[in-house]
Design a protein around this ligand. Structure first.
Ligand SMILES: [Zn+2]
Length: 465
């Protein structure tokens, strides 16, 4: 007979093995790369095919087949328990999600990478999804689980992100298909070169059978490490405003123009940059960044007559973000007036915040508590596939602590103990969904949380873009 302690030891051993497998698989996928000795795997590049084949190998023992949709996304369906009432034939067709009568919950992330990437951004979310299916030990839930390995999130090859998830929400349109990469190859041609059919893209869009989406992702920032927490539930993905400012003064000789007779555009921009930092520090959760500065004529012995600077403002609340951006515009105008400069600005991007689904967020928080973790909630400052899928299906994200906050770099890491907790949280979460009548009968569905009317005109354009 097994003693309770021995049972705990067995569970720990099983979990250690699962975590070791997850880490090993992330490293394996990192080797499928366009360049030797480093990881770079862009949209529909040759190593993406090896990546798909490797994942298919892991899933085969579960009897779960994979398929690649017309946008290059990998899908694998772990069938639902066959209920005598529904007796759905589709449940026995592994790998198919075309039958839209089977209630299906999606779990996954993206398989593409930035140049010189680490092994965990995106990949960990897919590998953890495989591990979750394995951990079910053959048990079927009242809904199918569809694993997603999304084809494109980083925007490296075509300078436009989320190609894979855009297709799933029906937004991979002609404009996007015509975009070209650095070699003049269009998205359409890339799809054809990979052996896929652009004409089948409309069928990639998710059906009404989809109950929701869960994405595991590394935080890619220092917040959880700073708090000493392994995991957090993402409550919302922050909205972004991107603007450009041009300060104009008068170019003149750096030696002959006395300080009190100058109209120095660069000094004016510099004063404003300091004010941007102070303003953002005074509002909780606000991030404001000046990342580009360009002074003209740009010579050591010239006073700058013109200075162009960028501004990136992010917050989980659209009202707070908009108020901050307009406050920073006013400060730029005040500084320009005081220095007898001109300042112009233009808005380049208005991306509204995306709230995650409250029902799923609450369940994830409960699962964190159940496994002994603090149910910390936070906003994501970076965009993720969940932001796009949330347009169509209830979506949620779980962040894993990122050592040193380092990401988009080969030094990217994740602690084995944190992976074990993420896996336990995911299993508990699935169990909760399986036992929730509200979930199974879709009573959790929120009224459209992002009503088009609540967006500004430029935000509507951005959403469509
Ligand atoms: Zn990512």
């Amino acid at each position: 007979m097994t003693t309770p302690n021995a049972t705990i030891r067995n569970v720990r051993a099983a979990s250690d093995t699962a975590v070791a497998t997850i880490l090993e698989r992330c490293q394996t996928l990192a080797r499928f790369s366009e360049i030797p000795g480093a990881t770079r795997r862009t949209f529909l590049s040759a190593p993406m095919r090896e990546c798909h084949a490797e994942i298919a190998k892991w899933l085969a023992p579960l009897g779960v087949a994979t398929r690649i949709d017309a946008a290059g996304n990998l899908h694998a369906v772990y069938p639902a328990a066959v209920s005598p009432a529904s007796d759905s034939i589709a449940n026995s067709v592994a790998g198919s999600s075309l039958d839209q009568s089977v209630p299906t919950f999606l779990i996954g992330s993206h398989l593409d990478t930035v140049p010189n990437a680490g092994a965990y951004d995106g990949t960990l979310g897919v590998v953890l999804a495989v591990a979750l299916l394995e951990s079910l030990g053959g048990r079927r839930l009242p809904f199918a689980i569809e694993l997603l390995g999304l084809s494109e999130e980083e925007g490296v090859r075509f300078s436009v992100p989320f190609i894979g998830s855009r297709a799933l929400v029906g937004r991979l349109d002609e404009d996007l298909l015509r975009r070209t990469d650095a070699n003049g190859i269009s998205v359409r041609h890339a799809i054809e070169d990979f052996g896929l059919q652009p004409s089948a893209i409309p069928q990639v869009a998710l059906g009404s059978n989809v109950l929701g989406f869960l994405e595991f992702h590394i935080e890619q920032g220092p917040v959880l490490e700073d708090l000493g927490l392994p995991l957090a539930v993402v409550e919302a993905i922050a909205g972004q405003s991107r603007l450009e400012f041009i300060f104009s003064g008068r170019t003149n000789h750096a030696g002959t123009t006395p300080m009190h007779l100058r109209h120095d555009a660069l000094a004016g921009a510099a004063e404003w940059i300091g004010a941007v930092e102070r303003a953002a520090q005074s509002v909780p959760g606000l991030a404001a960044t000046v990342g580009v500065i360009e002074a003209k004529p740009g010579a050591t012995n010239c006073i700058a007559g013109q200075t162009r600077v960028s501004l990136d403002v992010r917050h989980a609340s659209d009202d707070t973000r908009r108020a901050a951006a307009s406050g920073l515009i006013q400060i730029a105008q005040q500084i320009a007036r005081a220095r007898k400069l001109q300042v112009e600005h233009k808005t380049l991007l208005e991306q509204p915040a995306t709230p995650m689904d409250p029902f799923l967020v609450e369940r994830l928080a409960q699962s964190l508590s159940a496994i002994g973790c603090q149910p910390h909630r936070m906003a994501s400052g970076a965009g993720h596939d969940a932001m796009i899928l949330a347009e169509r299906v209830p979506s949620a994200m779980l962040f894993l602590r990122t050592p040193g906050g380092v990401s988009h770099d080969p030094a990217e890491a994740v602690a084995p103990a944190d992976i074990a907790k993420a896996l336990a949280c995911g299993l508990h979460f699935l169990q909760q969904l399986a036992e929730s009548p509200d979930f199974l009968h879709r009573k959790y569905l929120q009224p459209e949380s992002l009503k088009p009317d609540s967006l500004t005109d430029s935000e509507k354009r951005t959403r469509r873009a």
